[in-house]
Design a protein around this ligand. Structure first.
Ligand code: XUL
Ligand code: CO
Length: 440
């Protein structure tokens, strides 16, 4: 039964109070209506709350049960609790003032004993979510299917060596696509939770990858058939839970999408902590995707330099935010994607207000990053140091080379007729110092 209770009674609507504020439950930099580079902050970020971390994950870990007590888990009936949870989610998201949310099918509704029962549960919750969306104006950034928690997916979903498991995965994706379309979701995500392998000795990698291609083309065709006009997204991650994940990083997924004829409908959902697990900086994969027009959305979080796993901290690193916002400003932004907080509060953060404080911190970090990034990319010294390095390609033989007009032999002749190249400094330290000047 739906509830009229408040689940976060000690916290009201979060408002912008400015950089001088010391109120932990107010924004210091995220001012949703502030215009920056022609767009409001709200439009720049399109922030989203992740249903799973915020409302489903009680913060258990391999060493102990969860520490968060969910006031919405008050019934013995899983569907009742799903309804209470939905109320809590919309209360939280409304108070925080975030325009979007994201979910897995199993976050919203419990799995039933049969596929038909699972679909019925999901449809019931989708109908209620639609009402709440209409009441509050909150929208769905993306939906997805959880194809990794159930034991049947222990050997993968679309890449499972057993065809009957692939069929179960397809049934789930069909229902999750139906739900996403019904709720006006702007994107649909595939994170290859267990699409990968533990050992080559029992794995036909080529066959599994080809099957993943067939599966994704089928999902795309079904989505388009039911009127999904949004972007399909693949979320790279190099490892965890499998040893070798097929969607290792942005470059790997871009290659796969082109090979499998999926590049027109799919883009990337890049998660900061996944990128750092792959050995790159957050900015590296964002740049790689953005420059090829394949940046779809961002899962905003942060890893830990000392830990080699997916810690999913809330993002509070200002330098990372500046670097990423510079790329977005230079490449036209993130829409129709957004910034989804795929992040969890620490296991010992047990006050209900901690969930607000964590999101506020992430939003303020990116807002501050945006303001700083705008100042840097408009700085003449930065532009000259970064882009001026390539001026030898702007005219003459350099320009002809870029146009593909000079043969290898011709390049050799030019080398012989010119003097030994001068040493031209890359000025890295000067640029790093320049960025630090703006970090106020
Ligand atoms: C797991 C992860 C997922 C995806 C959606 O590391 O990031 O939550 O974002 O399945
Ligand atoms: Co994610």
């Amino acid at each position: 039964m739906p509830s009229t209770n408040e689940y976060f009674p000690t916290v009201g609507t979060i408002s912008f109070e400015g950089a001088e504020s010391d109120n932990p439950l107010a924004f210091t930099h995220y001012d949703e209506n502030r215009l920056v580079a022609g767009k409001t902050m709200k439009e720049h970020f399109r922030f989203a709350v992740a249903y799973w971390h915020s409302f489903c994950n009680e913060n258990s870990d391999p060493f102990g049960v969860g520490t968060r007590k969910f006031p919405w888990d008050k019934s013995a009936d899983a569907m009742d609790n799903a309804n209470y949870r939905l109320d809590a989610a919309f209360e939280f998201i409304s108070k925080l003032g975030v325009p979007f949310y994201c979910f897995h099918d199993r976050d919203l509704a419990p799995e039933g004993k049969t596929i038909a029962e699972s679909e019925k549960n999901l449809n019931e919750m989708v109908a209620r979510a639609k009402d709440l969306q209409n009441e509050t104006g909150i929208r769905l950034l993306w939906g997805t299917a959880n194809l990794f928690s159930h034991p049947r997916y222990m050997n993968g979903a679309a890449t499972n060596p057993d065809f009957s498991v692939v069929c179960h995965a397809a049934a789930q994706v069909k229902a999750a696509l139906d739900a996403t379309v019904e709720l006006g979701g702007e994107n649909y995500v595939f994170w290859g939770g267990r699409e990968g392998y533990m050992h080559l000795l029992n794995t036909d990698m080529k066959r599994e990858l080809d099957n993943m291609g067939v599966f994704l083309r089928g999902a795309r065709d079904y989505g388009r058939k039911i009127g999904f006009e949004g972007t399909f997204l693949i979320e790279p991650k190099p490892m965890e839970p499998t040893k070798h994940q097929y969607d290792y990083d942005a470059a790997t997924v871009l290659g796969f999408l082109h090979e499998q004829d999926l590049a027109k409908d799919f883009k990337l959902n890049l998660e900061a902590n996944h990128i750092t697990l792959a050995g790159h900086s957050f900015a590296h994969d964002v740049q790689l995707a953005a420059q090829s027009g394949m940046l779809g959305s961002i899962d905003a979080n942060r890893g830990d330099a000392q830990n080699g796993w997916d810690t999913d901290y809330f993002p509070t690193n200002l330098y990372d935010a500046v670097e990423v916002m510079m790329i977005l400003l230079e490449h036209g932004g993130i829409s129709p994607g957004g910034f989804n907080f795929d992040a969890k509060i620490r296991r010992n953060s047990t006050d209900p207000e901690d969930l607000f404080i964590a999101h506020i911190g992430g939003m303020d970090t990116f807002a501050r990053g945006l303001l700083i990034a705008e100042n840097i990319i408009n700085n003449q010294e930065y532009k000259q140091l970064r882009y001026g390095r390539y001026s030898s390609f702007d005219s003459g033989n350099g320009k002809e080379f870029e146009e593909g007009k000079l043969s290898l032999e011709k390049l050799r002749e030019l080398a012989i007729s010119s003097a030994e190249p001068e040493m031209i400094s890359g000025k890295q330290e000067r640029l790093e110092n320049l960025v630090n000047r703006f970090l106020t």
